[in-house]
Design a protein around this ligand. Sequence first.
Ligand code: FAD
Length: 399
Amino acid sequence: MSRPSRIVVVGASAAGLSVVEGLRRGGYEGSLTLIGDESHLPYDRPPLSKQLLSGEWSPERLALRSPEAIDALDLDLRLGSAAVALDAEAREVTLADGDRIGYDALVVATGTRARRLPGTDSVAGVHVLRTSEDALTLREELARKPRLVVVGGGFVGAEAAAVARDLGCEVTLVTNVAQPMGDALGDELGAMLRDVHAERGVSIETDAMVEGVLTSDGRVAGVHLAGGRMIAADAVLVGIGAVPNVEWLASSGLPVGNGVECDATLHAGSGVWAAGDIASWLDPRTGERLRIEHRTNAAEQGLAVARNILAGPDGATAFESVPYVWSDQYDLKIQIYGRTRGADEVRIVEGSLEDRRLVALFGKDGRVSGVVGVNLARATRGYRKLVAEAAPIEESSAA
Ligand SMILES: Cc1cc2nc3c(=O)[nH]c(=O)nc-3n(C[C@H](O)[C@H](O)[C@H](O)COP(=O)(O)OP(=O)(O)OC[C@H]3O[C@@H](n4cnc5c(N)ncnc54)[C@H](O)[C@@H]3O)c2cc1C
């Protein structure tokens, strides 16, 4: 097929922006529509649980590009406009206002939304943290210095707990695993992180399941734990992961499961591509299906999709990368390259847990699968290539 003359991108955030920029940079001069259900120009989410929540940044600093830079892309920009259906055969997207937009190539970049605790949607004082509005509402809540229960000890929960504590709130972090961020960091590093939070005065409940919230006059008053215990709270932040925004694709016939299921080139079939948090693709490095919720992955996949669309079906190449994610908590800067979940060994190769400055290699089946750095950013980056090469961990840690 010749180069598409109409390209539509649904989802106006990190991945969607990266697609449209990649297309224009790659010389695409055809019609380019960017559809987003939020009313904002594309903005960045990582600061929501960090600089925006703490009050260090104003919302304007979240903008990924200036209005002028967006203008220069010459887009048909549809903000505040949700795509509600896709007819992949007719190659048409339907918007909430009934508009139908035809395309030759479509990119799905609709990301994920926060998973909620069932039955808590209309309870005042129960928060999630996914959008700038969520972050500003939570920030207002924290200014009243509530007793805050954070449900979930992943990235978002642990970061928000740190910010809330620094703002003077009484914070309890409840996680269903043995350590905060234990899935990503493993036991030893997770225990270090738990100590850091505990020293700062965060009360931590591990291996605990929240079953629901307790309310009083329509407002949250606490959380129930499995086993019958209750923790009193004036506010609750639910940070229990994210759900891919795939519902609008239900009748499209596209392969949709845990995300949009693509081949190794991020193509889902019939001229439809996916990028960012929503894309589940066959990772050529491992042969496994992966879906990654990291900021850099969204940008890299957006560019890869743009390249592949412009290259045409015979020129498209597999998307390969070393995943990268970071987390800031108090004065800790944590960096993770590669995959740490499911590792069968962890070796500290620089620094120490006591100093809270270290680099640790994570290994699976004798090969380096990931590297975690704490307050040693440059050194950590130096180990990235071991992940890319899946180097033998024995030799790598002996060096
Ligand atoms: C609080 C927080 C902190 C984070 N911190 C980090 C971090 O420190 N490091 C890191 O690497 N990553 C972090 N992340 C993850 C990172 O933000 C995501 O990986 C990234 O935002 C993914 O970008 P995306 O464009 O794929 O999806 P999203 O950012 O989810 O954007 C998708 C967009 O599509 C819109 N949309 C959805 N459905 C429709 C529809 N039907 N029609 C039109 N528009 C639609 C959504 O409203 C949204 O605007 C964090 C995320 C959060 C929420």
